[in-house]
Every structure is written in structure tokens, then in C-alpha cells.
Design a binder for this molecule. Structure first.
Ligand code: CMP
Length: 136
């Protein structure tokens, strides 16, 4: 089964891309597709469309379009749940020790990594950046 992840602009700018991908691979995820992207504001708004009404939407989409990010399709058993566990809580202050966000995130917004939260969002998000890559 597959899921979708983004190494966010804060983590790429800080030089943490390799360490984050390493922790995904060490947890048994295989890389299915990977690309460095510089999102436009409109692309970030389309990607995070479900959050359009949230107070942080404008700031979030500014941040996500502020610099290069790494988008990646990942495969392992129970991929969606396992990635969420490995990432840790959205707010790094609440993230369990050893998780990607505990190690690399600096705030609830600049939180180093994104991972799909359901099969429906994984299907949408995979297709958004990797047309042709299916949930599997
Ligand atoms: P992500 O898992 O990519 O999903 C939505 C993103 O919005 C989230 O990670 C954070 O980067 C951001 N986010 C969520 N909640 C807040 C918040 N309360 N304030 C600012 N940004 C947030």
C-alpha cells in the first residue's frame, strides 16, 4: 500500500532532507517516486484545499511555496498509519521522542514533514504530484 509525503521547505532549507528520507527508509518505506518541487502559491492552495477555511491557510500556503520541497510516493504495509506514527504529532511540542517532527520541526506550521491522513487524501495527494502513481 502507498502513501504520499512532503519534506517541507523548512526541512529542505535546513539540510535535513537526507536524514528524513533515511529515517523513512530505515522504517521500511520504499521510494516509489520522488521529485524536488518549488510550489507556486496556487499549487499549495490546491494541495491544501481542505484547509481553505482555517485561519492558518494563508500563512501555510505562503510557507509551502517559500522554497523547494521534496514530494515523495512511499510504499510499505499499512503505509498511511505507519507514516503518521513515524512523523509524530502535528505540533512538535506534542511529538513523541524520536519522531521526525520531534527531531526536525520548529513549529506547528514549520513542521518538517507532511503525510496523508487517510486513503482518500493519499489518493488525491499522490495524483496531485504524481499523475499515474496509484494508491496501490
Ligand atoms: P500537515 O500535516 O501538512 O497538514 C496541514 C498543515 O497545516 C500542518 O501539517 C501544519 O503545517 C499546518 N498547521 C496545522 N495546524 C496549524 C496551526 N494551528 N497553526 C499553523 N499551522 C498549522
Amino acid at each position: 500500500m502507498r502513501t504520499f509525503s512532503i519534506v517541507k521547505p523548512d526541512a529542505v532549507a535546513a539540510g535535513n532532507t537526507g536524514a528524513i528520507l533515511q529515517s523513512l527508509e530505515a522504517a521500511g518505506f520504499r521510494l516509489v517516486a520522488l521529485r524536488l518541487v518549488r510550489m507556486t502559491k496556487a499549487e499549495a492552495e490546491g494541495f491544501y484545499g481542505v484547509h481553505r477555511e482555517r485561519p492558518f491557510f494563508s500563512s501555510l500556503t505562503d510557507f509551502m511555496s517559500s522554497g523547494p520541497a521534496v514530494v515523495v510516493a512511499l510504499e510499505r504495509d499499512d503505509a498511511i498509519r505507519e507514516l503518521r506514527r513515524l512523523m509524530g504529532a502535528t505540533n512538535p511540542a506534542d511529538a513523541a521522542p524520536g519522531t521526525v517532527r520531534a527531531r526536525f520541526a520548529s513549529s506547528i506550521e514549520r513542521n518538517a514533514i507532511h503525510g496523508s491522513d487517510s486513503p482518500e487524501s493519499a489518493a488525491f495527494e499522490l495524483g496531485y504530484f504524481f499523475p499515474g502513481v496509484e494508491l496501490g
